[in-house]
Design a protein around this ligand. Structure first.
Ligand SMILES: [Zn+2]
Ligand SMILES: [Zn+2]
Length: 384
């Protein structure tokens, strides 16, 4: 039986079914009706936006990049804030979320083992997997034992329901009482915020595995999608994330819209976060080059481009990859700052000279490679 043919009569998870049908229904009915009759003021919209960002970033920076992937370390106060925000987002506790997510990475696209495999379709990966007790989503916390040593994770796990009620109902109610409109605060800061926050996260499991570019790898369905990054605090660079999951950034270039990365980096200045892990630019560029080479060879076969030309492409690819390898090894010295400090004056000069040479060599490689890829089969562009 092929993966896509999986048929399963899984039992309905009634708690989730009721929650995930009533809240969107309220969001599209009572929320606008109440707004039409009574109006929402700046205070209520502010509560809505603040809680939306609080929930969203607690999931992306906390649940995802901190606990699931351990891409950095965070101060206990920040971990506590993320634990509260995660409960407010109502996407299960840290242990269950991280366990599902680690399995998603380990068995990505495997319909039997990936809890939200995109190969089972948009609906299944977006919400369907939550509504029924599928075999692929069976609880197994054996892959998150490391997280149980965190007292904040244990605290959130033990008091999850209380925290959910406190953040989703208690907090908007208190804010509403202070402001003088409990219903308005509950509808915007409670219901609408909850629905939008949940579905924006779920778009990463569904849409970011269907639409977008695959610049680093096509070994999974994960894709980079800038539009989704705008909706998900930077999580839309999902092809990069699946390729380099230990990197605290999802958008690896400074201009990539990734507010989660900016928050983690900003907090590191104050020492609230530390040990931020990143992938070296040489390794990222090598992955990109490899993917482009594989795509180009496929295209050559399809367009029946001469074997000689394909050999040129192969040679240029190997030369480029070798220079990237040399660059990567050369720059290890910079990261091993102690080693750089121990270098003599002459050695430092040599180091800088080699850096400049490699920079020029890489620039030439990039230019030639871009021309070859753009003009497959046209030898005029191959000239060095
Ligand atoms: Zn992930
Ligand atoms: Zn994914």
């Amino acid at each position: 039986m092929s993966q896509s043919q999986i048929k399963e009569n899984a039992d309905i998870n009634w708690t989730n079914m009721v929650l995930f049908t009533t809240t969107p229904l309220l969001a599209v009915s009572i929320v606008p009706v109440y707004g039409y009759n009574h109006g929402y003021d700046t205070f209520e919209w502010s509560v809505f936006f603040i809680l939306l960002v609080f929930c969203g970033m607690s999931i992306t920076a906390g649940y995802h990049r901190l606990w699931s992937h351990k891409t950095y370390h965070a101060h206990p106060i920040l971990r506590f804030i993320f634990a509260l925000g995660g409960a407010c987002a109502l996407q299960n506790d840290i242990l269950h979320w991280a366990s599902d997510h680690r399995r998603h990475h380990q068995f990505v696209d495997n319909n039997e083992k990936d809890p939200y495999s995109a190969k089972r379709g948009f609906w299944f990966s977006h919400l369907g997997w939550i509504l029924r007790n599928y075999r692929s989503g069976k609880e197994d916390l054996s892959n998150v034992k490391d997280l149980t040593s965190d007292p904040i994770v244990r605290f959130q796990h033990q008091h999850y329901l209380k925290l959910v009620l406190l953040t989703n109902i208690g907090l908007p109610t208190i804010l509403g009482l202070i402001h003088g409109d409990v219903a308005g605060s509950l509808l915007l800061g409670g219901v609408l915020r909850l629905v939008l926050s949940q579905h924006s996260t779920y778009l990463i499991n569904s849409a970011a595995h269907i639409w977008g570019r695959q610049p680093y790898s096509n070994s999974s369905t994960a894709r980079d999608n800038t539009f989704l990054a705008l909706l998900t605090y930077g999580e839309g660079y999902h092809n990069y994330h699946h390729t380099f999951q230990w990197d605290y950034r999802n958008g690896n270039r400074w201009w990539h819209y990734d507010p989660t990365k900016w928050l983690i980096r900003f907090l590191s200045i104050a020492g609230i976060t530390k040990g931020l892990k990143t992938c070296s630019p040489a390794i990222v560029e090598t992955a990109k080059l490899q993917k482009q080479y594989l795509d180009a060879t496929d295209k050559c076969k399809l367009l029946k481009i001469s074997e000689n030309w394909q050999l040129c492409l192969e040679e240029e690819y190997h030369q480029f990859a070798n220079t990237l390898k040399t660059w990567s090894e050369h720059h290890k010295v910079i990261f091993e700052s102690k080693k750089l400090a121990t270098l003599g004056k002459l050695e430092k000069l040599e180091f800088r000279k080699k850096s400049r040479e490699l920079k020029v060599k890489l620039r030439d490689h990039r230019r030639r490679w871009a021309q070859m890829i753009e003009n497959l089969g046209h030898p005029v562009y191959v000239a060095h």
